[in-house]
Structures are given as C-alpha cells and as structure tokens.
Write a protein of this length. Structure first.
Length: 293
C-alpha cells in the first residue's frame, strides 16, 4: 500500500470519523486500526483477526469504549493474565470472557478468591446455573447465592449451603419461600437465627394458620410477619395459649389491641395479657369484665 494512501485513510478514520468498515483493505494495517479504535473502540470489529488479538490494539479500543472487548479475538479473551487484570480494574469485563474462560471453574473461582463475589454478576448465565460451580462459590462466600440462577435459588442443596451461615435468606427463590416443609426444616435445624428479620417469608407462609400455630410458640416474634388477615382474626389469635398469646399481642391488629371484649377473652386464657395493655381506660374496662362487673 502506498504511504500516502495509509495517511489518507488514517485521516479519514480519525479526523473525519469514517468507519473502518469501508476500508476493508486496510483492516490489517496496525496504524490504521489503531487510529480507528482511538476514535471509536467498536471499530475493532472491522480489524483482522490478528489485530483483534493484539494487546495494544485491544487495550486502546477498550480505553475508548469498554464494550469494544466483545469484538476482540477469542485468543486474547481467553488469555488469563490479560482478562484477570481487566476484571480487576472493572468487574464488568467478566461478561466478555472467551469461550474457554467463561466456563472455566478454576479461573472463575480463582478470580473470585482474589477479587470477591461481585464479579459473579457479570459471568455467563450458564455458570450461574451450574450447580457444582455455585456450590463451590458459596463455600468461598455465602452471599454468592445472590448471583445464582433463579433455578438454583430454588434448589434446596444450593440454598441450604448458603443459609446455614445465616444472613442470606433474602436470596431464596420464591417457591422455597412459600414451601412450609422447607421453612419448617430451616427453623427446626436452627438455620434461621432467633430474632432475625423474617420479611423474606412468602405470602403463603405468612397466611398459613397451621404454620403460625406450629412455630409461633418457639418464635413469638414470627407473628409480626403474619398476613394482616391473621392479625385481625379473633378466633385464630385466641387459639394460642399462655404465654404465647400475651407475647404476640404487640403484633396483632391495632384495633384488636384496643378492643376490651377481645382483650377480656385473651386475658382469660393468658392473664399476662392484662399487663400488656397500655391504654389505661381499656385496661380498666378489661379488669371490670374479668371481675364480672
């Protein structure tokens, strides 16, 4: 190629912002390609395979536009040191890993060990859905469950591997959040620490009379997460015996907490209810009712 032609093309792609796509015969010229990617990193896709695997060219392209990495050659995107250093700078580069590294357990786990779990957000979906990989990731950090596929967030083995360390319940899949036998198992095995928030429980669990009757005696604070329909259900609430009835009193419907007739029935079952009534006027009425006046 004539020297003047190269200079003219460099001028066209750099100063005039012309696309390298229209200068295909110059796609193997390092000078032209470098000028093009300096102007627009995504111009890398029009370079020859050799230059799309050139570190200098690729580095310049992604400095201009991070997304240009998707047009880099597979060889460079499978280069462990190169890709690790990029991910170290910006975890988002992980979504552009080459075909080999994107499914490499060893590389991904090694990267997680050094850089933390957050880069898992950008790895291939197939790895987020790989049970063996996610179990390995959870061993390193229980919160890796947050990046698992929806399918694995419903997998009991994967979920239990994470929540046994506590504090990751918010990542449990919707089906398991509503699975009474699974949640019961978690409670029975003390995998949910006492007095920890239970706002992640599914609506089916919150609305289950049987579930509440079974577990409130061991975890009275559980009732604060019950469905509103249960919190205002007089007959249901009165199924609880002492001392649980008085303990759940702060969590029932506010109108019931101020209703003398209901509180009188509750106090007959659990005398401590009387001591939990804060309104002096209501308390006085309940006392009179209990005395039969």
């Amino acid at each position: 190629m004539a020297k003047n032609e190269v200079k003219e093309v460099i001028k066209r792609v750099s100063e005039d912002k012309a696309s390298l796509e229209f200068f295909e015969e110059f796609a193997s010229d390092e000078r032209v390609v470098m000028a093009a990617v300096k102007q627009d990193g995504k111009q890398l896709k029009f370079a020859t395979e050799e230059l799309r695997n050139d570190k200098k060219i690729v580095t310049q392209a992604i400095e201009n536009n991070k997304e240009a990495l998707q047009h880099a050659g597979d060889d460079i995107r499978n280069n462990k040191p190169f890709m690790f250093n990029l991910i170290k700078k910006d975890k988002g580069y992980a979504k552009y890993l080459g075909s080999e590294l994107r499914t490499s357990h060893d590389f991904l786990i090694s990267t997680m060990e050094k850089l933390g779990k957050e880069f898992l957000e950008f790895i291939a979906d197939e790895m987020k859905d790989d049970k063996a990989f996610m179990l390995e990731a959870i061993k390193l950090d229980k919160h890796a469950l947050a990046y698992a596929s929806n399918r694995l967030k419903e997998d009991k083995d994967v979920v239990l591997a994470s929540i046994r360390w506590g504090g990751t319940e918010e990542h449990i899949g919707e089906r398991l959040r509503n699975d009474e036998s699974f949640i019961s198992e978690m409670f029975e095995k003390n995998l949910v620490f006492p007095d920890t928030p239970l706002d992640w429980l599914g609506e089916k669990i919150r609305s289950s009379k049987d579930f509440m009757l079974d577990h409130v005696p061991d975890r009275p604070y559980l009732f604060q997460y019950a469905a509103d329909a249960l919190k205002m259900n007089r007959s249901f609430i009165l199924q609880f015996d002492a001392p649980y009835l008085s303990r759940i009193l702060p969590h029932i419907d506010e109108e019931l907490q101020a209703e003398p007739a209901f509180l009188t029935e509750a106090a007959k079952k659990d005398p401590e209810v009387l001591n939990r009534i804060s309104d002096k006027k209501v308390k006085k009425e309940v006392k009179k009712a209990l005395k039969g006046k």
